[in-house]
Design a protein around this ligand. Structure first.
Ligand code: MG
Length: 376
C-alpha cells in the first residue's frame, strides 16, 4: 500500500509556522523527518531506556521502559496517521519526543519533583519535554536545543498551566485562547494512552499484580477474552494474553480511525487552522469504546499503579529524589560543574530550576547512584 496524499487538514511543511532559528532545508529529508532524526539522536532520548514507565528498571528486563513505551506510541500513531492521511513523520516525531522530559521513576518521580518545586514554579513533565528540545539539548553549533518545527513543539506540549503558557510565546498560546493543536498532536496524545493502557495490562499481568479474573471485569478485555477462548480453546497463558491485547489495540485503534473520520466529515475542516479553531478535539473515541478505555485506565490506576508492591517502591523513590533535591539546593557544588555554575548565577527559583533539570534528566539507576554518593 503506497502512502496516500495528505488530507487538506494535515500539517504540511508549506503551511508550517517553521523553526525558531532559520536554517537551510535538508536536501534528502523532509522537515518533520529531520525533527524525528534529531529526537532519536538526542541524549534525552537515549536516557529513556533507563527510565521507569511503571516498573523501575531493576524490577525485570522484560517490562516496558520509557523508551519502548515511546516506540509503541510511535508505532500506533504512525498507523493511525497513515489511515487518516495525516502527516506520518510529524506524528512519529511527536510520539518519540512526548516523554523526553520525564523524571526518573515514572509518575512517582514527577509528583515528588513537582512537590519539591512547589515554591519555585512547580515541575510539569510536558513542559519539561519542551524545555529539553528547546533549551537543554546542547548539540548544535548554531542554536540551543534541537530547533524543531513549531508543529512538533506544539504536539510535545500536551498540557500546560496558564501561568507557564503565557511565558512560552507562540507555542503556549493555545492554552490561553483555548484553541486545539493540529490533528497529529491530538493523535499522538490519544495513542500515548492506547499504548500504556495495553502494555500495562501485559506488564501488570506478567508481574502477577493483576489477575485474569480481575481483567475479565473489564469490558474491553472480556470481549476479546471470550472471542479468543472460543476460537482457540486451551491456548496457553502467554499467547492468550498477547492475543487478547493485540485484539484490544486493534479494536481501539479501529474505533479511533472511524470515529475521527466521522468527526472530520461533520466539522469539515479545510486546513490545519480550521482544526485549531474547531472548538473541540476532532481525534477521539466513540462514546462506547471511549468509556471502556477510561474504565480500564481507572482499573490500572487502582490495581496496578496503586498496588501495595508499587507503593513501597514509590515511597523509596520519593526519599531518593527529595534527598537529592535538598542536597543540591543547599550546596550546588555537589552537582556536576556545568550545573553548579548555572545554579550559582540566579536567585533561589533559578537555582531550583537548574536542580530540577539535573534531577529530571537522571535515569533511574543514576538517581540511585547519586543518592548513594551524596549519602556517603
Ligand atoms: Mg507517555
Amino acid at each position: 500500500m503506497d502512502p496516500a496524499p495528505l488530507a487538506p487538514y494535515a500539517a504540511t511543511e508549506s503551511r508550517s509556522k517553521g523553526r525558531r532559528y532559520r536554517e537551510p532545508d535538508a536536501v534528502y529529508r523532509g522537515q518533520y523527518q529531520r525533527d524525528r532524526d534529531r529526537i532519536i539522536h538526542s541524549t534525552a532520548f537515549r536516557r529513556l531506556v533507563y527510565k521507569t514507565q511503571v516498573f523501575v528498571n531493576h524490577e525485570g528486563d522484560l517490562y516496558r521502559t520509557r523508551l519502548t513505551h515511546s516506540l509503541e506510541v510511535a508505532q500506533i500513531g504512525r498507523s493511525v496517521a497513515v489511515a487518516l492521511h495525516l502527516n506520518e513523520p510529524l506524528t512519529e516525531a511527536i510520539c518519540l519526543a512526548h516523554d523526553l522530559g520525564h523524571t526518573p521513576f515514572g509518575h512517582a518521580g514527577q509528583h515528588t519533583l513537582n512537590a519539591c518545586m512547589r515554591e519555585y514554579g512547580g515541575f510539569e513533565h510536558n513542559l519539561q519535554s519542551l524545555r529539553v528540545v528547546d533549551e537543554l539539548e546542547a548539540k548544535y553549533a548554531d542554536f540551543p536545543g534541537l530547533n524543531l518545527m513549531f508543529e512538533t513543539r506544539e504536539g510535545i506540549l500536551k498540557h500546560c498551566s496558564e501561568k507557564n503558557a503565557s511565558a512560552l510565546g507562540d507555542v503556549g498560546e493555545r492554552f490561553l485562547n483555548r484553541t486545539q493543536p493540529g490533528l497529529e498532536a491530538q493523535l499522538a496524545d490519544i495513542c500515548d494512552a492506547v499504548a500504556y493502557n495495553n502494555h500495562d495490562v501485559d506488564d501488570g499481568y506478567r508481574a502477577g499484580l493483576i489477575s485474569l479474573e480481575q481483567l475479565r471485569g473489564q469490558p474491553l478485555f472480556d470481549a476479546q477474552y471470550r472471542e479468543v477462548t472460543r476460537r482457540y480453546p486451551g491456548l496457553e497463558d502467554r499467547r492468550l494474553i498477547y492475543e487478547i491485547i493485540r485484539r484490544m489495540i486493534n479494536t481501539v485503534v479501529t474505533d479511533i480511525i472511524e470515529t475521527t473520520k466521522r468527526s472530520l466529515d461533520e466539522a469539515g475542516p479545510e486546513s490545519i487552522d480550521d482544526v485549531r479553531a474547531a472548538g473541540r478535539p476532532l481525534v477521539g473515541f466513540s462514546a462506547e469504546i471511549g468509556g471502556q478505555h477510561r474504565l480500564l485506565k481507572q482499573f490500572l490506576h487502582q490495581h496496578l499503579y496503586g498496588h501495595e508492591q508499587k507503593l513501597e517502591m514509590t515511597r523509596k523513590v520519593q526519599t531518593v529524589l527529595r534527598d537529592l533535591f535538598e542536597t543540591f539546593m543547599s550546596d550546588v557544588s555537589r552537582m556536576p560543574a556545568e550545573f553548579a555554575a548555572a545554579a550559582g548565577r540566579g536567585d533561589a527559583a533559578a537555582r531550583a530550576r537548574v536542580v530540577a533539570d539535573y534531577i529530571a534528566g537522571m535515569t533511574d539507576r543514576y538517581a540511585f547512584a547519586e543518592h548513594r554518593r551524596i549519602s556517603g
